[in-house]
Design a protein around this ligand. Sequence first.
Ligand SMILES: [Zn+2]
Length: 413
Amino acid sequence: MVPMRRKILPLAVLIGLALAGCQAPASSSIRPTPQPKIETTANNPVEPTFTPTPLAPTPTATILAEPIELTATVWGQLPQVPILMYHRFDPRPGARSSRFTTSLDEFSQHLQTLYDAGFSLISLSDWLRGEIHLQEGRRPLIISIDDLFFADQISLDENGVPALYSAVGVLWDFAQKNPDFNFHAALFYNLGDKGYANHYQNGVFSLQDGWRQARAEAIAWAVEHDAMPMNHFYKHPYLDQLSPEEIQQQMADNDSALREALARVGREDLNGRLPNILALPYVVLPDTEAGLQALYDYINPEGAPVAAIIAGDYAGGPRLLPAPFAPEYDRWHVSRISASTSSVTAIVERIDQIPTASQCKLGEFRGNPHVLPEVVSAAIREKVHLGTCPPGYYVVGQLAFLVQGKEIIQYAP
Ligand SMILES: [Zn+2]
């Protein structure tokens, strides 16, 4: 898609707008902005993801009484991210990795290599929404794990913390020791095709009574800490062998099983955090238009439309996912990189294609910036004009802009 170019109003007019907004009835808290509405049309699922936002505050907008400080995350070039794809893990010391199993020792080495190269984790959901924020000087990285829930992927110890004999435990421990690595993961789950080994001894997992409860506790921990479960279909089917109705049922059954697990441990409050993101089992798409349409049209139990369809390896080598405001971004074909020591090395060799974040302080705002994008835009242009902040891609909350020369383009969610 072609980025929307908007005429920027003079700063004085915009400040007037902001001040007018401040006179509206005050509210005591920031109300979250609704998620971007994603439009799926029956015949053309590759419609532009981003649509214009209104120029002026909407009548229902929340206006803040207190001024808020805004800082933009700035990317000198288009943000792009590698998405690593893991499957199973082997906790035994000296274990060898294979195509679908990574030894935890090797997993730790991957994390260290990527961290040392400047990578930090970012949430897949945030990325897909265009909320691409990261600490100064860090490069974005997404870690995904497929086919959960297996105990080698996540097990909780007696204190309710992910155990070091599971991958999420290793990742959690690494993030505790290196807080600027952050902690996020995308966990693509199938709850209808296996049990969960809730007992571990000397490198061996076994399934015992109470496994559903143990799995539910692990799921609740994961959602709460943003190792976020995402839909990989209930029984890990080949989607080209199912009718559209069966495809729909596979997504719905998986979603409801996850919510049942949260209900089992009294954590229905977490339902609202679950995104609607699909990953294709075996990287196989439905082979009919109606089957594909079932994917595009799927709505999760909370009413969210599908944000993206995640595939697997791209045959042409490591492929990076661009920011959703890039013209080449296609939310129906998000490719990943099979994780291995060689693919981690290949990513590190390409770090010049993966920009680092910087910050630009935009100052204080009295109106809700989400309904005053023009004011934010003008503030960015001013900072760049004065040379206080560099040109590039600016992400402020859910808003994104590109500053090029004297021009500023807003990408509207
Ligand atoms: Zn799978």
